[in-house]
Design a protein around this ligand. Sequence first.
Ligand SMILES: Nc1ncnc2c1ncn2[C@@H]1O[C@H](COP(=O)(O)OP(=O)(O)O)[C@@H](O)[C@H]1O
Ligand SMILES: [Mg+2]
Length: 294
Amino acid sequence: MTTQTAQTPQTAQTVLEARDVTMRFGGLTAVRSVDLTVREGEIVGLIGPNGAGKTTFFNCLTGLYVPTEGTVAYKGTVLPPKPHLVTQAGIARTFQNIRLFANMTVLENVLVGRHTRTKEGLWSALLRGPGFKKAERASEERAMELLEFIGLEHKRDHLARNLPYGEQRKLEIARALASDPGLLLLDEPTAGMNPQETRATEELVFAIRDKGIAVLVIEHDMRFIFNLCDRVAVLVQGEKLVEGTSDVVQGDERVVAAYLGTPFEGAPEDTALAEVQAAEAQAATDSTTEGDNQ
Ligand SMILES: Nc1ncnc2c1ncn2[C@@H]1O[C@H](COP(=O)(O)OP(=O)(O)O)[C@@H](O)[C@H]1O
Ligand SMILES: [Mg+2]
């Protein structure tokens, strides 16, 4: 065995290693034998059409679902599929559909995100008992640092539900960061954002990476993905179709075809499809008019 010396992308520590992850719901295989590795210092993208299994894969990584097959390891240790143990190990996430405590303030939401790192725990945080109040003072400084980092410090006392959508997304990121993760999973972080907010989120993700947190991000905004990611994996119908650098993935005609729906060589053309549909419609009309209504 060779000795590891420098932290090059090849020798950097493996943060996440998902092996052969399969998730079946009854007869539907939403994720099929997916392998994915994220190394220290990396931003990895996960793309694919709606329904490809991206969120399901995230749910398998974070213990929300128990994968039908396969294992998920964080820094060399296989994780039990329990959300709180996964968070404790060092993986944090945001959700495609924002999940904030709407009637709590911005600061309180971040403090709740810290509960895995304080001995007081979630219920104490939610019920705001005396133990929480004490831990709160110790945690508040850290929470304010995070709010400054994402640019929401001026809204610390606003209720989460009163924030504009883009700021709610940012707050979710701050809450995830409050658990001091080594890996952050982002599920469509720029959904519903305007182009300016999207660019700002790009900068935020780079800044998170620069803090030493690896990032795995699902996003439909291709410019965002290809600007940001060191590596991109493409999921189609639950399977990993292609994985590579942004350049490689962008140039792969299977990806263009599967993801963007652009015709490729050998694919039926729109006109051919339209002809088939027209013929089928005609046949349906014929059968109703000529059918011998028994
Ligand atoms: N809890 C569930 N029960 C049954 N089917 C599910 C469940 N979660 C997701 N699916 C199905 O798995 C497939 C992948 O969904 P999802 O992971 O949300 O895709 P994506 O995030 O790529 O748009 C879809 O067909 C979806 O309906
Ligand atoms: Mg999804």
